[in-house]
Design a protein around this ligand. Structure first.
Ligand code: MN
Length: 228
């Protein structure tokens, strides 16, 4: 097949402990899936359920590392999140069958231009420039379920320059991982290669150039980035 422009490279994330990689098809994200974070964003989690948005697949930063401070913002925020990597998909997946679709899990960062997000919220505009910018999804190597199991509980934390900023527990998620998969697959067909960022606990805040961000989840290792 002749292509009129070069075929775009498939983004990938390493798989922990092997030389194999996980190819990324789509990235879905859950908003306000921890009650304490919903409250710090000025929302009432009892009245507003979680919801979804997306990032382009090619904004992943496999393994973290140095990331350039992005343009067009002066309020870049960190959000540490449990990331689900799918081996199977489908439409209308019942929560009772959702765990069987999962290849593995990883620690991820949902980097956010909070100033652009606030402006978009004010004007009723989409979040793409706030959430879907280049290098906005650093992700640690994926751990297969065969190694890490299905983490339903465990600490999720983040520090900036050695100072702890976020600490929550996976058990605090409003929608559990099976519920997230069931909800999303009610709107779109999920497929192998999809990543789902499942939301962040309270404590989000700004980072600036030269900041070092470390984050982790019990049983899933750590992820580190440095803004340059
Ligand atoms: Mn998020």
């Amino acid at each position: 097949m002749e292509t009129v422009v070069p075929i775009p490279a498939v983004p990938f994330v390493p798989v922990h402990g092997t030389s194999a990689v996980f190819p990324v098809r789509r990235i879905y994200c859950v908003g306000r899936n921890y009650a304490d974070h919903a409250r710090e964003m000025g929302m009432d989690p009892d009245r507003e359920p979680p919801f979804f948005f997306g990032k382009p697949a090619d904004v992943v930063v496999p393994g973290g590392g140095d990331i350039a401070y992005p343009p067009a913002t002066s309020n870049l925020h960190y959000e540490v999140e449990l990331v689900v990597a799918l081996a199977k998909g489908g439409q209308g997946i019942p929560a009772s069958e959702a765990l069987g679709c999962i290849y593995g899990y990883a620690v991820g960062l949902d980097l956010t231009r909070r100033d652009l997000q606030a402006r978009a919220k004010d004007k009723g505009q989409p979040w793409d420039t706030a959430k879907g910018f280049d290098h906005s999804a650093p992700i640690a190597p994926i751990r297969p379920v065969s190694v890490c199991g299905h983490p339903g509980t465990g600490a999720i934390w983040l520090s900036v320059n050695g100072m702890e900023k976020q600490r929550g527990n996976l058990s605090q998620m409003i929608w559990s991982v099976p519920e997230v998969i069931a909800h999303i697959s009610g709107f779109v067909a999920l497929a192998p290669g999809d990543l789902i960022f499942t939301g962040t606990p309270a404590g989000v805040g700004p980072i600036i150039a030269s900041d070092r961000v470390r984050c982790g989840i019990d049983g899933l290792g750590e992820l580190e980035i440095r803004l340059v």
